[in-house]
Design a protein around this ligand. Structure first.
Ligand SMILES: Cc1cc2nc3c(=O)[nH]c(=O)nc-3n(C[C@H](O)[C@H](O)[C@H](O)COP(=O)(O)O)c2cc1C
Length: 450
């Protein structure tokens, strides 16, 4: 495979819409904080002893105490006691299957959600492009294929060309993709999203890239917790409490449609500055009602979405949440709050936390380098005792294997390297000396094995 140097890959390539508007003091990750040795209660809510998701809520969660999720947590806790690196033999490899509730994922190399902005008809329905894109990567050996940020409401699309699951008419367009992924041996998952103040932006097919699309060109007014714009995008309108409840319902309805389409796992997008992370982050959420204020209030929307989604999906279906572990901005969302949140998510039946960073506030500087987000997944895994995935410039098979063998994550996600090489997992198997018989080849491709 072509191992790309990190010089070619910058944070600007990401889909974070992190437009370069230096309106905030840039911060780099403090090494002490990343290693979990930061000052206790240094977060705005840690200091005042605020907690998220009361016991009553946790009790209400349908799947919160499932045996499987307890099992995951205990395994993490056991490793914590054994110290990193001591019990290497019990740690999984890239090709070790992984159980999540009722499903088994064939390996720990997953395709993260990546928008393709390719619904040119603007009706939210995936097309033959999406079929070949996802199914080819399932044949390429990925264990879980997490389909791109898919809107739970038309006004929640990042661009007019996003996929959607906001109406029943979109279900059939997903079915053949889901079936194709499953037939190729991978687990089909879907990321559900509402883009909030980062909605109605342009894309390659439409133009207006990095800008708000004007209404006359098919754009729409945006909404957010508070009327604060992201960078140079249009200023959003603050959502009413009734509207917040409506969006919680939209997430649940979209999750129900995903189940009908055959998806085997749901990922809730609470990262990268889209609506849910706008609520989480004190720099975007200035509400003085029950959805703002301390960590409890700012997390309420996400926890309600999790409960609502858990309430409609089967008991044995995994629910994942993607978070940004920091917004890389002074006074904003940080690792301490992420760990506190992850503990609550676990109690509400979330089976795995997908740990990313950034995208929430514009104009911050991010120390992008290979595996730069791995310290965050490691800390969330150890401190919240919840299974996690690591993502972000993991491009080399040996390095990816080390992330797992050192207990820094339970699975890795290969994004842009998986865009340029749909067969990344099969190529990795070859590089790591995994026999063809144990690599995730579909029978049709064995004779052309690496
Ligand atoms: C083209 C593109 C589209 C993306 N779209 C999404 C998305 O829909 N949802 C999401 O959570 N992250 C999205 N991301 C972020 C990726 O999932 C991933 O976290 C990021 O690319 C870092 O991983 P990598 O270095 O392996 O590419 C996108 C990234 C790229 C490059």
């Amino acid at each position: 495979m072509s191992d790309t140097t990190h010089d070619e890959l910058t944070h600007e390539n990401f889909d974070f819409r992190g437009f370069d508007l230096p309106d905030l003091k840039a911060v780099t990750l403090n090494a002490a904080n990343a290693s979990g040795k930061g000052p206790k209660g240094s977060g705005p809510d840690g200091a005042n002893g605020d907690t998220i998701g009361g016991a009553g809520k946790a009790g209400k969660s349908k799947g919160g105490n499932s045996k499987k999720s307890e099992k995951g947590g205990k395994a993490v806790a056991k490793e914590k006691n054994e110290k990193n690196g001591v019990d290497k033999k019990s740690r999984p490899g890239l090709f070790t299957p992984m159980e999540l509730r009722g499903i088994t994922v064939r390996n720990r190399i997953w395709l993260p959600p990546m928008c393709t902005y390719s619904v040119f008809a603007r009706d939210g329905r995936p097309t033959p492009f999406h079929y070949q894109h996802y199914v080819s990567r399932a044949f390429g050996g990925f264990g879980m294929i997490i389909a791109e940020a898919t809107a739970v409401a038309p006004e929640g699309r990042i661009s007019p060309c996003d996929t959607g699951l906001w109406e029943d008419g979109q279900i059939d367009a997903w079915r053949w993709i889901v079936d194709g992924i499953r037939e190729a041996g991978a687990v089909p998952a879907i990321q559900l999203n509402h883009a909030g103040r980062k909605a109605s932006t342009g894309c390659f097919a439409l133009g207006y890239e990095g800008q708000s699309v004007p209404e006359e060109a098919g754009g729409w007014p945006t909404v957010a917790p508070s009327p604060i714009a992201f960078g140079g995008l249009a200023t959003p309108r603050a959502l009413s409490v009734d509207e917040v409840h409506g969006i919680v319902g939209a997430f649940a309805a979209a999750a129900g449609r995903a189940v009908t389409a055959g998806f085997q796992a749901i990922q809730i997008h609470a990262a990268h500055g889209y609506l849910i992370s706008q609520f989480l982050d004190p720099l975007c959420n200035e509400r003085d009602d029950e959805y703002g204020g301390g960590l409890t209030g700012r997390s309420r929307f996400l926890i309600e979405v999790v409960d609502a989604v858990r309430g409609v999906v089967p008991e044995d279906m995994p629910v994942l949440v993607r978070v940004s572990a920091t917004d890389w901005a002074a006074g904003g969302w940080d690792l301490d709050q992420t760990i506190a949140l992850a503990k609550v998510l676990k109690n509400h039946g979330v089976d795995l936390v997908d740990v990313s960073t950034g995208g929430i506030v514009a104009g911050v500087s991010i120390p992008v380098k290979p595996e730069y987000q791995v310290p965050f997944s490691e800390q969330v895994r150890l401190k919240a005792e919840v299974p996690v995935t690591a993502v972000g410039l993991i491009t080399k098979p040996k390095e990816a294997a080390k992330v797992l063998s050192r207990g820094k994550a339970d699975a890795v996600e290969i994004g842009r390297a998986g865009l340029r090489d749909p067969f990344w997992p099969l190529r990795a198997a070859n590089k790591l000396g995994v026999p063809v018989t144990e690599a995730p080849y579909a029978p049709q491709y064995v004779r052309g094995a690496f």
